[in-house]
Every structure is written in structure tokens, then in C-alpha cells.
Design a protein around this ligand. Sequence first.
Ligand code: 3H9
Length: 695
Amino acid sequence: MSLVLYDVVDGIARITLQNPPVNGLGFAVRKGIVEALDQAQGDAAVAAIVLTGNERAFSGGADITEFGTPKSGWQPTLRTVIEVLEQVSKPVVAAIDGVCLGGGLELALGAHFRVAAAQAKVGLPEVNLGLLPGGGGTQRLPRVLGLETALDMIVTGSIVKASTLADTPLFDRVVETSVVEAATEFAKELVRQSTPLKRIRDLNVTQPDAQAFLQVARKNIAAASKHQPAPRLCLEAVAGSASLPFDQGLANERKLFLQLMNSPESLALRHVFAAERAATKIPDVPADTPLRDIHKVGVIGAGTMGGGISMNFLNAGIPVMLLEAEQAALDRGVGTIRRNYENSMKRGRLTQEQLDERMALLSTTLRYEDLVDVDLVIEAVFEELGVKEKVFKALDAVVKPGAILASNTSTLNVDAIAALTKRPEDVIGLHFFSPANVMKLLEIVRGAKTAKDVLATSIALAKKINKKPVVSGVCDGFIGNRMLNSYRAASEELLLGGASPESIDKALEAFGFAMGPYRMGDLAGLDIGWAIRKRRQTENPDADFSAVADRLCETGRYGQKAGAGWYRYETGNRTPIVDPAVDKIIEDYRAEKGITTRTYTDREIVERCVYALVNEGAKILEEGIALRASDIDVVYLSGYGFPLHRGGPMHYAQQIGLFNVVRSMRGFAAQSDKAAEFWQPARLLQCAEPGQALK
Ligand code: 3H9
């Protein structure tokens, strides 16, 4: 099948891109466009050209899958295509519907005229892939939108509706009707009126005090993008549009684009893009698996978690029935949901009308019988099998056949929960992260008997409520919390061995984590982990892991909320202050245990904590709990604050080289008997051939 269609009707040549899913501008498409343009140029019967895509996409941009492949296969490049397009001597009208992003918008900017559907979405989101627009976008967009608007769009990668830019020279017409028909009519009009061709390259950038403006922007962007070179280089490329002749500006853009293309940050972000999409595909669940309809959702428990979970569905326009055991708890939960929406309204993120619409979708009950018509129910009650048992038995008795029964458990065995019902095939884990209305990750826990359509429906629903789904098998802690335990154990080992909480936090924050483990612990509250440890210690009295944290809790140091945890906090201030009282607790513990301390470099701190994640991740892969290494990266990036520019723990380990990772771990293992077991490298890490990717 040809990826570029060509036909001529009434003297207008129509070039239609048809490269599903989003008309990525791969080699065959680029070649097809140039050939079609040459044909139209050479055909005396053609008076004008309309270049278009379809309702889903004019084009999603350069074909991302081509990046990193041998450059010998790249000709004609996108830049060549745009140059050919711009130089055609007959009017070329881009007819834009659906998404028109990155190289897609750059292609449209090369046309002489643009007609867009009002709902079309345009943007230059290359920065999200650690890149800059490399097809002339940094030079042409400022010429039609002005320096300030163009810079903002390019640096933030924001995507906007064509209707919002209807009054700018970016579009000649923005229409509510068929865009191809409107563009064809417009092309005929241009021919009739012999309208001169408009080439954006011939325009000047308008911006009073451009250099002063750029200077301020430079400072702001540098401060906001510490770990990412792309926003800074986006600015430098755009700056060229205001100070250099067009072709020199293009050459400058090219140089900066190539610099980013080869950067580890862009490699990581491109990995993340592919990883997030791969995570939605399950090998034994066909893409065309029929989905169950989800028109109404039940949520059990109106606490912080249940409320946050409910908001996801309300935001997506799906009615929610919220159930609690007591009216007071229900009222509190509804009050919190309303307050959250009111806060969003105060910040200008929601209108009163939207707030009212969302609250109108929420109903409440104290009776399980009222869940009879829900299509999915998610329980978010106390984390204890006995409590879950009551809930699932009650649900099993009332909820209609075919409804999905989900648990938000973060630790309990989903198979054991499923066994409490007569319909284990309808049971699944949907593990949201707190705050559930904000955090992007959704761990979908597939039980041994979970039906394939239940899994497929859960993944589709996750996308609908704007979550990043990752499927996990059943194990204690699933993917994320199981890895978190190893990370914490590694930082505990450092702490006992001589590192201070602040030195550990500082090293990991310099690596790119938003917060080190001790600041994070203080923020989350240390009492929760303490309660879990106490429960685990009754099961295993030898477990002394986090003994220092226990001692902090014994003195009421529960974290920020108590004004003291691993750090001290002044009233109303969240800035952590190093506290000698904590040093004393740690030193006393070390002395009791006869531990000889030493110093650790930042590098060793990072290696120990991150390699602990990598090792646990590799074991999770070996056991088949995660389907792919990249799924583990998505979990850690979207649920646990792993630095985005590192691409996730498994990607990072592969960049470092698995040989080097294993060698470091063996070095840590050699330091004590206790460490030897913890640092035993996973078989998968040891077996990987040099350069072989973790799958
Ligand atoms: C660029 O243009 C560089 C130039 O400046 C310079 C060059 C010299 N290529 O997200 P979805 C696939 S850089 C190839 O699930 P949605 C995607 O992998 C590029 N494939 O759907 C998935 O495949 P699969 C600048 C692409 O409706 C399928 O499409 N452009 C591309 O939620 C559906 O994707 C961007 O950064 C692509 N460019 O969202 C835009 N884009 O079915 C990146 C998507 O096998 N793309 N695919 O899993 C997006 O933001 C979203 O995918 C989009 C659709 C909004 C288009």
C-alpha cells in the first residue's frame, strides 16, 4: 500500500498521507511527498496543491522509530522535503486536521498557506523527547506567532487547538467543516485571484527588545531545566530566528538538533516514550480483545485513597457511586473531593461549571445493594485481608455478573482476594498511588485467574483516566514497592555504615531524584512504615531492618507533620534542618551494634541505592512479575520520582553497562557477610552478554 496518495480533481492536486497510526514522516512518506510534489509541479493541468492527512492526524511528526537507524537510509530528509515544498511554484495549501505535531507542523509551515480544522491540535513537542524542532520549526514558528509565543510553545512542548491560533498568520483559515473541502476551495480561490505565494522564510520576527526578552528567558529556562539540555538549546535555536538570516538560523538549528539527538537525555526520553506505549501491550492478550463497557464505577472507602480514585473517574466524565460504612466518613470524603476541586478552581485549572458537572456525577451510599448496576468497583479499604474479605464477599453477593471487582491493595495477594469470590476471573488489582488523583502510575495486578478481557479493559480504562498503566504479576509489593524495599535497605546500609541522612539525600538529589529517601520519608510520615514493620516483625522477629527509623518513631519523630523526623522542621516551614538529636540516635545504634563507620562518596551512595533497584528489578523480571525491563522503568519513573532524564533504573543500568553494575555489586557484597546476600547479583544481570539489552 502506498503511504502517500496522489490524485488530481479540477486542476487541484491532492497529496494525502496515509501512514497509520499517526502519519509519522518516515522514509517512505518523505520520498512519497517529494515524488508527488515533483509530479504536481511538472503537470501543466495542476494549478495548485492540497497536502493533507486524515481526521486523526495531519502528521504526528518525524517517525520516532527511525531515530538511531543508519543515516544512509534517511534521504530525502525532512528538511529536504520542506525545502522542496516551499520552492514549488504553484500554491501549496496544507489542510490540517487531527494532530499536527513536531515535524508534521514543520511540514505545514513549509506550505504557502494553511487551512485547519478548529479542533486540530498543533505543537512542537520535540522537547519532550529531549530534542528541538529540527525541520525549521524554530525559525518559522517565531515568524508567524512572534518570538514570545513561539518560544513558549517550543520550550514547553505545549499542544494547542487550532481555534486558539485562528487570528494569527499561522492559519489562513480555521474551519468547522471538512478541512479538505475548505482547503480545496481556498486553493481554487488563490488560483483565480493569482494570489502571490507566501513563504514564511521571507517574514521577519517581530519582538520589541528581542535580546532583552531572550536574556530573561535564558535565565528562567536554565533555572527550570537543570538536568535537561533540550529546553536551553530550544531557546538558543529560537534566538537565532531573531538575530540571524533565515538560512543561518536553519544551520544553527541543525547543529543544536544533532547535539541533542546524540545526548543521553534524549536517548532516555525516547526510551520512555516507547516504554509507556509498550507497557499497554500484553503478549497473550490480543489488541482486538473485546472490552467490557464501563459506564459507572463503584468505589469502596471514602478516605484519601478512595476519594482520589473517585476523582479520576469524575474527571473523565464517568459516574461514581462512593460507599462508606458510616455517614460521617462519607460526608468527610465528599467534602475533601469538593475542596480539592475548589482548590483547582482557585488556581484557574477548573471552572465553576466543570466543578458542578463533576460533583453531579458523584453519588454516595452506605448500602452495598446500591452497587448493583456498577460496571467496575474498586475497594480502597484498610489493608488487611480480613477487612478485604468482608468487602469482597459483600460485593460478590450484590454486584451484577460481568462487573470487574478490583482491589487497590499495595501488598496483599490478589489471588487470595480473588478466591474470596465466586468469580475470580473478574477480580484484578488496580493499585493507585497517593495522591491518586495526581500520580500517573497505575499498577494493574493480574491474578492467576484474571480474565483477559478484564485485563484489556483495565488497561484501556487507565488510558481514559489519564494514567500510565503497567501490568504486574502477584508478589509482595508488586513491582514498585518491592523495589522500594530494596532501595530503602541499601540506604539503611549506608546510614549504618557511616553516611548521614542528609549526605544520602544530597547525593540522590544531585543524581536527579526530586527527594532523597529521608526527606521523602519525612514528607510521607514515618509512622506508616513503622506500623508495617511492627506487623512484619511479629511474623519474623529477626527482622531488624530500619531499626533506626523505629527509634525515631519511638520518640514521636513521625516526620514533617510532627515537626521532626529524620530532620527537624520549624513551624509552618517544610525546609529540613539537620538535627544533632538524629545523629545521636544513629551513633548510639551503631555503637550498640559495634559498627565501624567509614565515609562514602556521592558516587558510591548513588551506585548502592540505584543498583539495589536494578537488582530487584532484574529479579522481578526473572520471576515474570514484570513483562519487560521497560515496564519497570515506567513504574519507577511515574510512581517513584526516578529522574526522567535517566530513563528509569533498568535503562540507566544498561547505559552504565551491566558488567560494570555487577562488578560494583560484587564489591559491595565483599564488604560483609550480611551484605553478601543482599548484593548477590540477579542471574539475569550476570548472564547478559555485553551490549545485550535487558528484555
Ligand atoms: C520530530 O518531529 C523531529 C523533527 O522536529 C525534526 C526531524 C528532522 N512517529 O500515543 P499513542 C505511534 S520528533 C512514529 O498511543 P495517542 C505510537 O508509538 C517527533 N510513531 O496515541 C503508537 O504506536 P503503537 C515529534 C508514532 O492518540 C501510536 O502512534 N512528535 C509517532 O494517545 C499511537 O500513539 C512528537 O513528539 C511518531 N512521531 O497520541 C509526537 N507518534 O500503536 C509524539 C506516535 O504501535 N506522539 N506514534 O503503540 C504523541 O505525542 C502521541 O503519540 C500522539 C497520539 C499525540 C501523536
